[in-house]
Design a protein around this ligand. Structure first.
Ligand SMILES: *[C@@H]1O[C@H](CO)[C@@H](O)[C@H](O)[C@H]1NC(C)=O
Ligand SMILES: *[C@@H]1O[C@H](CO)[C@@H](O)[C@H](O)[C@H]1NC(C)=O
Ligand SMILES: *[C@@H]1O[C@H](CO)[C@@H](O)[C@H](O)[C@H]1NC(C)=O
Length: 344
C-alpha cells in the first residue's frame, strides 16, 4: 500500500522536504549518555546508530562531526546519534532472548539499525509550505515515558506506535501497545518526536520540556506551535523493524498477552521511547529541509549532499564497552529487570 503511495508521489514534483534514510547498527549495549550520562553501564540496553563519536558522555559542547571518523547513516554528513531500547522475547519458562533487528524496506542489506525521517511536512497530507528550522549543535531530545504502563500515560507522548507486519511493507493498523498476535514479518515500532521548540534551550532537565506538540491539531494537520514553543522544527521519526519470526513457533502466554518486553521490563509496550542527539555537519540538514525533495536519493541530489553505500554504513561500528551477555537466553534482563505487566 505504501509502496504504491510512494510511487505516485515520486511522479509528482515535491513541494516540501520529506527525507527518509537508513542508519545501520553502531552498537547495542547499556549506554545512555542522555538520561544516564557517564554511567557505564546505564540502566537498560539500547541499540544505537549514527556517528562513532558516541560514548557514555555526550556533553553538548562536543563536536560530533569532528570527533567521528565514520557514521552508520546513509547521509555522509550525519554524525547524529539516534537510539531506542531493545526488545526481548520472554519464553514461558521465564527466560529472555533479544529480538534481532532487520534493515527496513529498501534497506534490506543494512545491519539492523533504524530508519530516520525528517519532515518539513506530513508524509501524505502535504499541504504545508512553511519552512522548518533544523536543530543546532548540542541539541538533544527524548520522546516517550519509560514509566508509562497504561494507554492514558502513553498517550501523553502522541504517536509512538507498533505495527504487526503481515507483509514486509505493512504500515497499518498502528497500535500503542505491543501486538498480541504472531506477526508474520515482524513488528515495526515508530517514534515521532514533538515538532515545536522553545527556541532557546538545547536540552532540558527531562530532555523533553524544551519541546512541545502543536497547541491544537497535530503536525500533520498543520496545527500551530504554542507561544511557549514558537519554533517549528522538522518532524523526526524513527522506524525500527524487529525480527520476531523465530519466536512465532515457540509457546506464547496462555492468557493471550504479548510475550515481548522492552529491555527495561515493560511488557505493555506503553513505555516505548527514543533518544536523539543532533550531529549533522554544518548546514547539511537545513539544506535538505529547505529543498523540496523526497526520500534519500532525491533529497541528496536536491541538497547537494553525499550518500554512502549500505556497505560503507555497515562497515562503521563500535566495540562494546560494557562486557555482559545481552544475547543468550537470560534469566533476568541486563540491569536486573524483570517482566512488568503493569497490572497494579
Ligand atoms: C567520550 O569522548 C570524549 C571526547 O572524545 C572523551 O573526552 C571522554 O573521555 C569519553 N568518555 C568516555 C567515558 O569514554
Ligand atoms: C527456556 O525456553 C526456551 C524456549 O523454549 C529454551 O530455548 C531455553 O533453553 C529454556 N531455558 C531454560 C533455562 O530452560
Ligand atoms: C547545489 O549546487 C548547485 C551548483 O553549485 C547550486 O546552484 C545550488 O544552489 C546548490 N543547491 C543547494 C541546495 O545548496
Amino acid at each position: 500500500m505504501r509502496r504504491a503511495g510512494v510511487l505516485t508521489l515520486l511522479l509528482a514534483v515535491p513541494s516540501s522536504a520529506v527525507v527518509r534514510f537508513h542508519c545501520s547498527q553502531l552498537v547495542v549495549e547499556r549506554l545512555d549518555p542522555l538520561v544516564n550520562p557517564g554511567s557505564i553501564p546505564s540502566s537498560h540496553v539500547h541499540q544505537i546508530v549514527g556517528g562513532n563519536a558516541f560514548n557514555a558522555t555526550m556533553d553538548p559542547s562536543r563536536d560530533l562531526p569532528a570527533e567521528s571518523s565514520c557514521t552508520t547513516c546513509q547521509f555522509s554528513d550525519d554524525f547524529s546519534n539516534y537510539w531506542t531500547a531493545v526488545m526481548y522475547f520472554r519464553a514461558q519458562n521465564g527466560s529472555y532472548k533479544r529480538v534481532p533487528q532487520l534493515g527496513n524496506n529498501q534497506f534490506e542489506t543494512a545491519r539492523g539499525g533504524l530508519t530516520i525521517y525528517y519532515m518539513q511536512d506530513a508524509i501524505y497530507d502535504r499541504g504545508q509550505k512553511s519552512k522548518v528550522q533544523a536543530f543546532k549543535p548540542g541539541f538533544r531530545m527524548f520522546v516517550g515515558d519509560i514509566a508509562a504502563r497504561t494507554l492514558t500515560e502513553a498517550a501523553r507522548s502522541r504517536q509512538l506506535t507498533y505495527v504487526c507486519m503481515d507483509t514486509w511493507t505493512s504500515r497499518a493498523p498502528e497500535t500503542m501497545a505491543f501486538p498480541t498476535r504472531r506477526c508474520p514479518e515482524g513488528i515495526m515500532t515508530s517514534l515521532r518526536f514533538p515538532t515545536c521548540w522553545d527556541g532557546k534551550n538545547l536540552d532540558s532537565p527531562d530532555h523533553a520540556s524544551h519541546m512541545s506538540y502543536p497547541e491544537t491539531g497535530t503536525f500533520e494537520s498543520g496545527g500551530p506551535c504554542p507561544a511557549s514553543h514558537p519554533v517549528r522544527v522538522g518532524q523526526v521519526m524513527y522506524e525500527v523493524v524487529w525480527d520476531t519470526k523465530q519466536f512465532n513457533d515457540l509457546e506464547w502466554p496462555a492468557d493471550g498477552s504479548s510475550p515481548f518486553v522492552w529491555s527495561f521490563g515493560d511488557a505493555t509496550g506503553f513505555g516505548t521511547h527514543g533518544d536523539y542527539v543532533f550531529g549533522w555537519k554544518g548546514d547539511a540538514l537545513q539544506r535538505i529541509l529547505d529543498a523540496p525533495c523526497w526520500f534519500d536519493t532525491n533529497c541528496a541530489k536536491e541538497s547537494n549532499s553525499t550518500l554512502q553505500s549500505v556497505e560503507a554504513m555497515n562497515s562503521c561500528s563500535q566495540e562494546r564497552v560494557v562486557d555482559e551477555d545481552i544475547d543468550g537466553w537470560l534469566d533476568v534482563l541486563p540491569g536486573g529487570f524483570h517482566v512488568d505487566h503493569g497490572r497494579g
